[in-house]
Design a protein around this ligand. Structure first.
Ligand code: WQD
Length: 346
């Protein structure tokens, strides 16, 4: 079974490609490398001992997308490709609406034209509104509060309408909580460009000496230690959830939404302590002001994925930090520092 993985060179995409290849799937990766590096796919091939096609393309280029589908026997799609920085989406919403929505529409229209109607969609817990009750279950109303989250919410609504119009579609929407961690080998991991927006890559860069200190965005929340609480899930656990979703949509036509989280919350200070244990390095920090748009607490009810996908997270916080630290130590400058040639483009 050949799976098209859009955005497969990215953080979650590359880890999912490893699991797909190890499971025996054939894959084709389509990526424009705007926020990822071809080196990650070279390492995916090394880690799995398997070769696969890589097509450099932008999903907004309809001709290229149609060409991809006409020259390959694609049976299902896992759609990761999107811009995903909340702050940037606030500053430049049109860039996010154009890229995330237009790219997805071209993909869906092409899938429809080629009668390929199995889709796993990479969504995000950011679609839930501020009023969501904890732990958040899939029946909570959506109410994204930033343009990035709204693109995910709009695409989910597009998919629902598409399924209602043609129940031959089979789709699983996966709402990620906070993906962190790295492959055990340390060969692939999270490689943000510029100053990391997210907590763990920033902490890892403090530990390795690339950043002086962590600024903790507020310690006056109504939480155990005043700092924000989130549901951090290991990226490999997350990747395995995609394979379970792929199995589910291949068995029967359906439209279902699943939270992919651990069901547990950790505060910023607890994460800092865990990373200090994992790295043996001090993580100096100062308390700054709250970051606009931040929730105090956000963690998942993961019952549905457990019962319907037979999936649950397995990796705990300390091990997540150990895996990040191994990746950071082996790749102090991320993929950029690698000297290997870019992967052969198909
Ligand atoms: C986690 C906690 C911060 C950085 C974001 C997106 C979401 C999803 C996951 C795409 C919060 C605190 C962080 C720092 C800090 N991405 N923090 N100092 O905001 O929960 O979710 O990433 O789907 O859409 O919103 O993750 O890692 O940015 O923050 O104190 O330098 O760490 O306040 O409490 P977040 P995060």
């Amino acid at each position: 079974m050949t799976i098209l993985v859009t955005g497969g060179a990215g953080y979650i995409g590359s880890h999912t490609c490893v699991e797909l290849l190890n499971e025996g799937y054939d894959i084709i990766v389509a990526d424009n490398f705007s926020n990822s590096h071809p080196e990650s796919l070279k390492r995916v091939a090394e880690l799995t001992g398997r070769l696969f096609s890589v097509v450099k393309l932008d999903l907004q280029d309809r001709e290229q997308v149609e060409d991809l589908f006409s020259h390959n026997e694609i049976e299902a799609v896992i759609h990761f490709a999107a811009f995903k920085a909340v702050g940037e989406s606030v500053e430049n919403p049109l860039k996010y609406y154009q890229n995330n929505l237009a790219g997805t529409m071209v993909l869906l229209e092409t899938m429809n034209n080629f009668n390929i109607k199995k889709l796993v969609f990479s969504s995000s817990a950011t679609v839930y509104g501020k009023e969501a009750r904890m732990p958040i279950s899939e029946i909570e109303h959506t109410g994204a509060v930033n343009p990035y989250g709204r693109t995910k919410q709009m695409i989910e609504e597009m998919l629902i309408d598409l399924y209602k119009s043609d129940p031959a579609w089979s789709m699983a929407v996966l709402r990620y909580f906070n993906p962190i961690g790295a492959h055990k080998s340390g060969r692939i991991g999270e490689d943000p460009s510029g100053i990391p927006n997210n907590l763990l890559p920033y902490i890892a860069q403090v530990a390795i000496g690339r950043r002086d200190q962590l600024i903790i965005h507020g310690d006056d929340y109504e939480t155990k230690d005043g700092t924000g609480i989130r549901d951090y899930i290991h990226v490999v656990d997350l990747a395995k959830g995609h394979l379970k979703a792929l199995e589910k949509i291949s068995l029967q036509c359906t439209y279902e939404t699943y939270n992919l989280g651990t069901g547990k919350g950790y505060s910023v200070l607890e994460v800092v302590a865990a990373f200090q244990r994992a790295s043996g390095r001090p993580i100096p920090y100062t308390i700054g002001s709250r970051r606009s748009g931040d929730l105090s607490i956000c963690y998942a009810d993961v019952t549905k994925a457990k019962t319907e996908l037979d999936w649950q997270s397995t990796i705990e916080m300390d091990e997540m930090c150990e895996d990040i630290w191994r990746w950071q130590q082996q790749n102090p400058e991320g993929y950029e520092s690698s000297t290997s040639t870019a992967i052969k483009e198909a």
